[in-house]
Design a protein around this ligand. Structure first.
Ligand code: TYD
Ligand code: MG
Length: 456
């Protein structure tokens, strides 16, 4: 490397450049806003691009653009391919984010093994583990990973050079927080390094054609150099989530230039790696004890797939001080709204009760269609009386206590029917072209009515 690379510190707030880092931007006075950026990349000057700067590709008519895109690389790890929209697109940059220990390295090593088995040359570059440690992990997996080429390297330029020398079609970089470029002075993991490394990998992917899969750690506190700062750079963002202690893992696409978002894939962490769960509803309901109070089932739409999920509530007499409201998988503000609506519109009292709500299997309720199920679980727990067996709850609850219809009802009911549910509590205005014969619809106009029905 000749000479010192030129970098400046740019304010993320006002955009002003400064030659030296400081805690505060001299231009706008914002604290902690300076991020190191490369001004002139010497490495790029040594590698002239194919086209001269004044040339570049000419503009083309869209219908003259070749339509037959290169086929996607299939990992045959069904849920992974599905969430990506049918496999890995060559030349794409995919970010796989998740909390430490959730299984990102395991997932990508399994993908690498399967890609290699399918004849797709794959490089697994790790800045976190030595080849010996990766080998230990590989030995646990069901898929033979012996053919995967691994590289313990954190210097990005070397990773790219090795990938090019190997002719890799898929490159895994585990993790972006440990990668660094010699052109920046900052330590690996700081915002400047993370962004610059991701931008260079993007250029590498677009110019040389391999797909790059990036691992990005997110911390519970939402670490600053985490995947959030990369979301606009990459083509696809996948989040891998779940409770480390539980076996289920959910892979969710939140951005996808080559497929739809909000599709989820469900995996189970086993002693021999991650197994796709083909029938999530059955898996989520497997441990359910029907007949226990405080439990209600709803059907969520995860992308285009309906999934049956159990919601549990426990209301118990509070000790001293303010009663607790604890929820896992449900926004605590939504819980507060539902509790207030039940108090005011259905005459239930929670003032002296601690309330705990849990969505089973590590899933998250992101749509209001599950309101009715949460309400049913809460009512059931307060009365210590189980909801009717084989009952499903689908409805959004308004502040007036009214129960509204939900979208995609037919698909949710079909999934429920497949799993033996015979009764569905739905909003009174629910229109349905062809209700499934096996499921009886119980129309509820108001939460007060739900409370009566469950008491009967
Ligand atoms: P890992 O992939 O290292 O997580 P990340 O890269 O997201 O930090 O997964 C770590 C956990 O997975 C660890 O607690 C061990 C567990 N595990 C299994 O249960 N079975 C397995 O076959 C493997 C490889 C890991
Ligand atoms: Mg890891």
């Amino acid at each position: 490397m000749a000479g010192k690379p030129r970098s400046v510190y740019r304010c993320t707030s006002c955009g002003a450049d400064q030659p030296k880092w400081s805690g505060r931007c001299e231009a706008c006075g914002e604290w902690n806003s300076l991020v190191e950026e490369v001004v002139a990349v010497r490495a790029a000057a040594r590698r002239p691009r194919a086209a001269p700067p004044d040339g570049g590709p000419p503009p083309v008519r869209l219908d003259a653009v070749a339509a037959d895109a290169a086929p996607r690389y299939k990992t045959a790890l069904a849920e992974f391919d599905y969430v990506l929209g049918g496999g890995i697109v060559p030349g794409s940059l995919v970010l796989v984010g998740g909390e430490p220990g959730i299984g990102k390295s395991t997932l990508l090593l399994q993908c690498a093994a399967r890609l290699e088995a399918a004849g797709v040359r794959t490089l697994y570059a790790s800045g976190e583990e030595s080849p010996e440690q990766i080998r230990l992990r590989a030995d646990r997996l069901a898929e033979p990973a012996g053919a995967v080429t691994v590289l313990a390297e954190t210097l990005l330029e070397r990773v790219v050079a090795q990938a090019a020398a190997l002719g890799a079609r898929v490159v895994v970089v585990d993790s972006i927080q440990t990668a660094y470029t010699a052109d920046l002075e900052g330590a690996p993991g700081n915002v400047g390094q993370v962004r610059e490394c991701a931008a260079r990998l993007m250029r590498f992917a677009k110019e040389s054609g391999p797909a790059v899969l990036l691992v990005g750690h997110v911390t519970k506190g939402g670490g600053i150099a985490g995947p959030k700062t990369l979301e606009h750079i990459v083509d696809t963002v996948l989040y891998f989530e779940g409770e480390s202690a539980l076996d289920h893992r959910i892979l969710r696409a939140t951005k996808n230039r080559f497929g739809s978002v909000d599709e989820v894939g469900v995996f189970e962490m086993t002693a021999s790696g991650l197994l796709p769960v083909a029938n999530p509803s059955a898996a989520f309901l497997a441990a359910r004890h029907a007949g226990i109070s405080g439990s209600a089932v709803t059907a969520l739409m995860e992308g285009t797939r309906p999934m049956l999920i159990e919601i549990q509530a426990l209301a118990s007499r509070a000790g001293f001080g303010t009663p607790q409201r604890v929820s896992a998988g449900l926004d605590h503000r939504r819980l507060a709204v539902l509790l207030a609506v039940l108090e005011r519109r259905a005459g239930l009292t929670f003032t002296a009760l601690d309330v705990f709500v849990n969505v089973v299997g590590g899933m998250r309720l992101s749509e209001p269609s599950s309101d009715l199920a949460v309400a049913a679980a809460l009512i059931s727990s307060v009365r210590d009386r189980a909801v009717p067996p084989e009952a499903l709850f689908l409805g959004e609850i308004g502040l007036g206590g009214e129960v509204r219809a939900v979208a995609a009802l037919d698909r949710r009911l079909a999934e429920a029917a497949r799993h033996g549910f015979r009764r569905a509590f739905v909003g009174s205005r629910t229109g349905l072209k062809a209700p499934p014969e096996e499921v009886e619809l119980v129309r509820i106009a108001h939460v007060g009515e739900l409370s009566h029905r469950l008491a009967a």
